[in-house]
Design a protein around this ligand. Structure first.
Ligand code: PEP
Ligand code: MN
Length: 355
């Protein structure tokens, strides 16, 4: 993918790039008050949901088109760029006609290829150049996320970014949406040039988690953060538990540590060399183990024995988990490693059996 920078003129390239504003535009007064306070704190890109995808009917579903005029006023009076979520062709047409600067696609929409294609077509028809930010789909499916990105890319948009807002789960004890950090990390590996925004508000679902989740995103080298901020969070019409005032937002942003030193020191290089050597030996040990597994497979084949012997499997897992504790390594981690190794051994032995 040949992407272009999503940076808007006049916005600093320093990490993190911040998008902030209320979950929803509620009234013209709430939109303007929040916007002025945020602009006063140096925020350059304003967010507000105009159309709100709600889990159940009857909730506040957004003010609709009327709110676009308020965002336009924010743009004129504060100089901030303005952004909103689009979920249908009509949303794209209205938002682009109202002069919005940045559009994002929500998590329920990016999970639906038909909706994504409709939005991609609408973007193409309007000639909107981006930036377009695509939230991860509600379900933890990396290919679905990449598919959504590709649809927007194929519509000719080159200013594309993504938002990591976490993944739905039944258990909402700690997080509202599980972060599953390995998924955005793998996305970054596959699409290294795509800028990624952390959305601590929707991952955490509560104010106290905004700061630690923002820091975690920065430590993973995310380019930006999108954070919900409301002039009076307790009175918000949607997502009130996770919104922070512009004052609190500014305080949080000041506490964040940006670790951007890329220069590596001698001692780090030495440690990395040791890691490389250990990885080499792990790899050749695993290869050797698999060759022996195949020999066992051959024996089992000749003696008409079944490949999987559960008692042996249990013995390996128990013994290694116990040893892990003794050598100070996490027992669950070792269990996962040996489960994977055993699974591959079984696959090798079945392969021998079928030869
Ligand atoms: C939002 O950003 O307010 C929103 C609805 O988010 P999500 O699509 O992540 O649920
Ligand atoms: Mn929200």
């Amino acid at each position: 993918m040949e992407l272009e920078s999503i940076l808007l003129p006049g916005v600093s390239e320093q990490r993190p790039l911040i998008i902030a504003g209320p979950c929803s535009a509620e009234t013209e007064e709430q939109v303007m008050t929040t916007a002025k306070e945020l602009a006063g704190k140096g925020i350059k890109i304003y967010r507000a949901g105009i159309w709100k995808p709600r889990t159940k009917p009857g909730g506040f579903e957004g003010v609709g088109k009327e709110g676009l005029a308020w965002l336009n006023r924010v743009k004129r009076e504060t100089g901030m760029y303005v952004s909103t979520e689009v979920a249908t062709r009509a949303h794209v047409q209205d938002a682009v006609a109202a002069g919005l600067d940045l559009l994002w696609i929500g998590a329920r929409t990016s999970a639906n290829p038909f909706a994504m294609q409709e939005i991609a077509d609408a973007l193409k028809e309007t000639g909107f150049q981006g930036p377009v930010l695509i939230k991860n789909p509600v379900n933890p499916d990396l290919d679905l996320w990449i598919g959504a990105i590709e649809r927007v890319y194929n519509a000719g948009i080159r200013k594309i970014g993504v938002i990591h807002r976490g993944f739905s789960s039944y258990d909402k004890k700690l997080y509202r949406n599980l972060p599953q950090w390995h998924i955005p990390i793998e996305l970054k590996r596959r699409l290294p040039h795509i800028p990624i925004f952390g959305d601590p508000s929707h991952i955490g679902g509560k104010r106290e988690l905004v700061a630690p989740l923002s820091q975690q995103a920065l430590d993973l080298n995310y380019e930006g953060l999108i954070i919900e901020s409301h002039c009076n969070p307790d009175a918000a019409w949607s997502d009130k538990d996770q919104q922070v005032t512009p004052d609190v937002l500014s305080y949080i942003l000041n506490t964040l540590v940006v670790r951007d030193t890329k220069q590596t020191t001698e001692s780090l290089n030495e440690l990395r060399q040791q890691i490389d050597e250990i990885d080499d030996s792990l790899l050749s040990t695993l290869a050797k183990r698999m060759r022996i597994s195949r020999e066992i497979g051959q024996y089992k084949k000749e003696h008409n024995m079944p490949v999987l012997q559960t008692s042996r499997y249990d013995e390996i897992l128990d013994k290694r988990s116990q040893q892990a504790i003794e050598v100070g390594v996490d027992a669950n981690f070792i269990k996962t490693v040996f489960e994977a190794i055993h699974e591959e051994s079984i696959r090798q032995q079945i392969d021998v059996l079928n030869q």
